[in-house]
Design a protein around this ligand. Structure first.
Ligand code: NAD
Length: 260
C-alpha cells in the first residue's frame, strides 16, 4: 500500500474538476500527502476561485499563484514553499498551453510566436521548476518529479501540431533532469496519458473523434480514466518506484503498443 503520510509536495496545473492535476491531487491527498496547489492567474480569477475551493476539499495547506512563464512568480512560489516547509518530496507538472488559433492552422503554418509560446509553457517551464524543486528536495535527501506527456511526442497525431514537438521536448527534458539529479536521489519521470476530455484537449480540433478511435484501438478496448492516470502518477512519485527514473510510462490502455 502506497502512503504519502509525512510527505509534502506541489501540484501544478489544476484548472477545473476535469484537470488531470485535480485527479492527481485528490489521489495524493487520499494517500495522506500534504499539498500545495498553484493556479495560473487570469483576469477574472476563475482558476483561483476553483483552486481555493479544491484546496479546502483536499486539505491542501498552500495555494499560490504561478504563471510558469513568469520568472518572478516562480521565484516567489518556491521562496514561499521553502519558508513554509523547509523541504519538499514531490512535484507534479501538469501544465501545457498552445494558442488555439495555431492549432487550427496546418502544421506547416506554425508561427515562431506560437512555437515559442507552446514550447515555453509546455516544455521549458519544467527546467526552472525542477531546479527550484531540487533545492527543497535536497533538504529531504531526495524527491520525485512527474510531468504529463502524450503520444503525440512520438507519433504524428492529427491536429496536435506544435504540441507534438513540445511533448517530445518535455520527455527529453525529463531524461536530462533524471541524469543530472539522479546522484542526489531525485527522480524524474513522465506519465504519457491516453486521451482525456479536459479544458486543454478541447482546444484540439476533432479531439472527440480522436478519443473514440483511441478507445477502440487500445489493447484494453477503452479509454483510460483520470483516476487511472492519477494512480500511476502517485506510484511514480512514491518510494515504490524508487528504481525508476527518466522514463515515460504510458497509461493509455495499451494504445501505444498496437500496430493498428
Ligand atoms: N487531456 C489529455 O488528453 C491529455 C493527454 C496526455 C497528456 N495531457 C497533458 O496533461 C497535462 C494537463 O492537461 P489537462 O488535460 O489536465 O488539461 P487542463 O486544461 O485541465 O490543464 C492544463 C493546465 O495548464 C495550466 N496552464 C496553462 N498555461 C499556464 C501557465 N502559463 N502557467 C501555469 N499554468 C498554466 C492551465 O491553467 C491548466 O490548469 C498537460 O501537460 C497536457 O498536455 C493531457
Amino acid at each position: 500500500m502506497i502512503s504519502f503520510v509525512g510527505k509534502k509536495g506541489l501540484v501544478l496545473g489544476i484548472a477545473n474538476q476535469r484537470s488531470i492535476a485535480h485527479g492527481v491531487a485528490a489521489e495524493l491527498s487520499k494517500l495522506g500527502a500534504e499539498l500545495a496547489l498553484t493556479y495560473a492567474p487570469d483576469p477574472k480569477g476563475r482558476f483561483e476561485r476553483f483552486i481555493r475551493k479544491s484546496a479546502e476539499e483536499l486539505g491542501a495547506t498552500h495555494v499560490l499563484p504561478l504563471d510558469v512563464s513568469d520568472d518572478s512568480q516562480l521565484e516567489a512560489c518556491f521562496a514561499a514553499l521553502d519558508e513554509a516547509w523547509d523541504g519538499m518530496d514531490f512535484v507534479v507538472h501538469s501544465v501545457a498551453f498552445a494558442d488555439r488559433a495555431e492549432l487550427e492552422l496546418a502544421f506547416t503554418e506554425t508561427t515562431r510566436k506560437g512555437w515559442d509560446l507552446a514550447m515555453g509553457i509546455s516544455a521549458y517551464s519544467l527546467i526552472p521548476i525542477a531546479r527550484e524543486s531540487a533545492r527543497l528536495m535536497r533538504k529531504n535527501g531526495g524527491g520525485s518529479i512527474v510531468g504529463m506527456t502524450f503520444i503525440g511526442s512520438v507519433l504524428a497525431v492529427p491536429n496536435y501540431h506544435v504540441m507534438g514537438p513540445a511533448k517530445a521536448a518535455l520527455e527529453a527534458i525529463i531524461r536530462g533532469l533524471a541524469r543530472e539529479l539522479g546522484p542526489e536521489n531525485i527522480r524524474c519521470n513522465a506519465v504519457s496519458a491516453g486521451a482525456l476530455r479536459t479544458l486543454s484537449s478541447s482546444g484540439i480540433s476533432q479531439f472527440a473523434e480522436m478519443m473514440k478511435v483511441a478507445g477502440e484501438h487500445a489493447a484494453l478496448q477503452r479509454n483510460v480514466t483520470v483516476e487511472e492516470v492519477a494512480q500511476a502518477t502517485a506510484f511514480l512519485l512514491s518510494g515504490a518506484a524508487s528504481g525508476i527514473t527518466g522514463q515515460s510510462i504510458y497509461v493509455d490502455g495499451g494504445f501505444n503498443i498496437m500496430a493498428n
